[in-house]
Ligand binder design. Sequence first.
Ligand code: ACM
Length: 773
Amino acid sequence: MKTLFLSTLALCCFLSGVAQLKTGDITIIPEPLLLNPMPGSFVVNQETTIQFSGKGGETTAAFLNDYLQRNYNFKLPVSPATKGTPKSLPVIKIVEAPTGKKEGYILEVNTGRVYMQGDAPGLFYGLQTLLQLFPVNKHFKAATDSVTQKPFNGSLHLPGVKIQDYPRFAYRGMMLDVSRHFFPPAAIRQFIDMMALYKFNRFHWHLTDDQGWRIEIKKYPRLQEIASTRKETIVGHHRRSNTYDGKPYGGYYTQEEVRDIVKYAADRNITIIPEIEMPGHSQAVLAAYPSFGNTKGPYEVRTTWGISKDVLNPVNDSVFVFLQDVLTEVIDLFPSKYIHIGGDECLKDRWKESAEVQRMIRRLGLKDEHDLQSYFIQRMEKFVNSKGRSIIGWDEILEGGLAPKATVMSWRGEEGGIAAAKQKHDVIMTPNTYLYFDYTQGQPATEPLNAAAYLPLQTVYNYEPLPRSLTPAEQRYIKGVQGNIWTEFIPDQPMLDYMLWPRALALSEIAWAQPSKKNYDRFLQKLPLELARMDYTGVNFRIPEPAGLESKVVTSTTATVTLKPPVKGSMIYYTIDGSQPGVRSAPYTRAFTIHVPENGTATVNCIVVLPNGRISPMYSATYVHKPFLPAIATKQGNKGIRFSLVKTPPSSARQLTETGDSTGLLPAIDIRPLPVKEFGVTFTGLLKVPADDLYELHLNSDDGAIFYIDDQVVVDNDGQHDLQDRSGFIPLRKGLHRIKVQYFNTGSGAWLDAGIYRNREKLNPADVLYTGQ
Ligand code: ACM
């Protein structure tokens, strides 16, 4: 009888056309350690049962049923797997038993059964992998539709596979700032759900900042009444705008809501690490309790972005009493071993101006304000340790000396993490050079308002958290990685989804997969299916550029364009005459050729349209049929770029000469260090080109700017104008080339972003800019 049943199942599989899959056909994100496709497939239908052992097995079974209920509108019978139970088929067996690796699991799918084994977290991750084996098709519905759906009564085929898996890093985190914008509990739950799908296990909740305090503290009601609400909010980018919306903005989580969310996360194997900022980023606290500041105020909850000079006053003992009271309530709410005490970007102006702070520095025998900040953090660390917990702080807590047991979050690049590991302190790597998901994913012209630095998917994917400059023993202090989402320019859930995905998928592979298992091309092959799944569940991810849409140098007058839709089931529409494509433009169905004139360029513009109708911004590729510019024979000189500044701006950038009122050297083409608002500046130096290739230069500027290579104008963005982005392409031979950028600004809102890109990767100024001799 059993044999008959088995062979009937096998026959079903055969007839339904499910063949044995090859490695590569089964796509799981993050990539598992070992994945071997097996013959056959397992059919989930109303006959299937779930058997479990252990509490972890029972919970996992319940999660599986929740998933089936939400997406297919049916549930499977669940029972404990007792010794005497006859082997009935088909069965999904979920067994809580260690695999020898923490958070590890094994998963086997074959014609007769699904078998999953692991510790409780491992089973949870095994389930996330299993869910990615479910087909993404018309049956897979958004949760919101399920109420009106009839129960699904077909069969779901899961491909045969053997998987053995465990994570690379114990700490796999994501941080969300809820101060700049408030995300209600439902949005936090969705964020946690998404984290869980991709095996993240730490949610760093940035609860307080200058622009709003977001957690109920019973002992200090003015935090709720005053600090949680700002009277209005800046519109646009704070470095360019003087406009405010005139609307009060606020919100906070009650302690009851916090408790619910902490439990919700814990059920999904996610520990929440709360962050209470100190001694900087505290203007909202001062609005509620002005006596905690260094001046008489008045203070208000900050209405613009950027950092406040108004910080907590370390001379006032009530400040420490306040923070201890706050942390007492916080520690009571969050079982996390780690409590994040901020510590970043504490501007020292007020401490420098204050006679009593200066007296305190002398009295304590400290060297300066950095030492004082270190004193502040160490005092708070003692308190947190006395409650049996440990502190994490941003990498500024290294300045003036690390608190003895502190864990450091390296955000200003990797240097803080490297320094802390060398001092034998635990480190979480969260460098803004790779993992700041508030930075833009594409070119300024087509991306929403953002924090302005550039961080495309590929750059994120290629991040390696263990710095080569550390010894293997030092590398062991790097406990994991985290992506950060600051929300100045992220007002709501759709924009949050947009900035997170698919970059957070890339991060999931950094955090979970072994380095030998990481491969960007394979990751790109896996994305279309996973993004289609996200699309069905209503996640507003950024639609990636189609694979194959790449600017390049061509050597003949025709070029073949081969594209691949970035989301399964999506359509590409394109134009080749420079116009904006729409859904009535040519649909991409097969490779096509374009004409690229001798000494000229041709451009393909396209949009991607998802199955649900959502349309991407326009993406482009430029084909350049021009000779490579040869490198010049010269000495590279030192790192950096020279500038020449004129204090009275001309009326166009091209009027600037290289002799100014003052000159100097900067590490990058950057106007922020310049001391004036209205001015003209010329940057000159050498560009060290890493390889023969096509380079894309961008000028995003207010007002005008011009970019030259070897005295040729490559980007002309001159004239008086608001923020405007222009780009140009140039084929360059490896070696040194002369580089020049002219820029001027009149009025307010000075802005210059001069970027040099190769294959959508931005070149790091520290690697490519030299002074020459
Ligand atoms: C930070 O980005 N200020 C930690």
